[in-house]
Design a protein around this ligand. Structure first.
Ligand code: SF4
Length: 213
């Protein structure tokens, strides 16, 4: 396996992470609209709250057509469990309207088009590309950003910068595995405050661990 420019064996890292979290391969969700809306709702919100709000929302408004016609007050009430729900309620209705008007009801798959939708930044766009369309992209959330920096894959301050740097050094065939592997690994092993380095299967590749002495 060719190592990247930071001399990290990304194949080993991703395989070891996947094994340690005992996680099945990345699942492709068939409904691109619901992937998009759930991802917008997930910003600064716990997974469990996002899942609950999404379930309630999609029970009433399962597609772009219905959500584009929804009343703001009703949508706010349904997604109330999410952080910044007032803003998110407006954004998801407006995104649905644009999808109906400009994309014939179909979620676009190009980053340049996705980021024009309200509430969609590069992270959300990359998640939608990976999980809804199975395209090669790197969705960098807080776990991917933190773990990539600890490992020494990148040396960055912001997630967007992390995405850019990871894309430069990691072969495309691994891109879509990164979010799936690192999110679960970040919840179970490489925790934000107290990483469990003593039980970490990728410690030998990790700069943070190397500096512990
Ligand atoms: S060795 Fe520690 S800091 Fe490095 S990836 Fe593992 S848990 Fe995270």
């Amino acid at each position: 396996m060719k190592k990247n420019t930071e001399n990290k064996d990304i194949k080993f890292i991703l395989e070891a992470m996947a094994k340690s979290i005992d996680s099945p391969p990345t699942v492709l969700f068939p409904n691109s609209f619901q992937v998009l809306i759930s991802t917008i709702l997930s910003a600064r919100t716990k997974d469990v709250s996002t899942a609950r709000a999404s379930k309630k929302l999609f029970a009433c408004f399962p597609d772009a057509e219905s959500l584009s016609k929804a009343k703001l007050s009703k949508v706010k009430q349904l997604v109330k469990g999410c952080g910044f729900y007032n803003e998110k309620a407006k954004n998801i209705i407006n995104s649905a309207k644009i999808i109906i008007k400009e994309y014939n009801g179909q979620v676009p798959s190009k980053t340049t088009e996705l980021v024009k939708l309200p509430g969609v930044g590069k992270k959300t766009a990359a998640c939608v590309r990976c999980y809804a369309f199975g395209l090669d992209d790197i969705c960098v959330d807080t776990h991917v950003h933190r773990i990539s920096n600890r490992l020494g894959l990148v040396n960055t301050k912001e997630p967007e910068q992390t995405q850019k740097e990871l894309k430069k050094t990691i072969p495309k065939k691994y891109w879509k595995q990164i979010n799936h592997a690192m999110v679960k690994f970040g919840q179970k092993v490489c925790l934000p405050r107290k990483p469990r380095c003593g039980q970490c299967p990728v410690a030998k590749e990790c700069d943070y661990f190397g500096k512990l002495g």
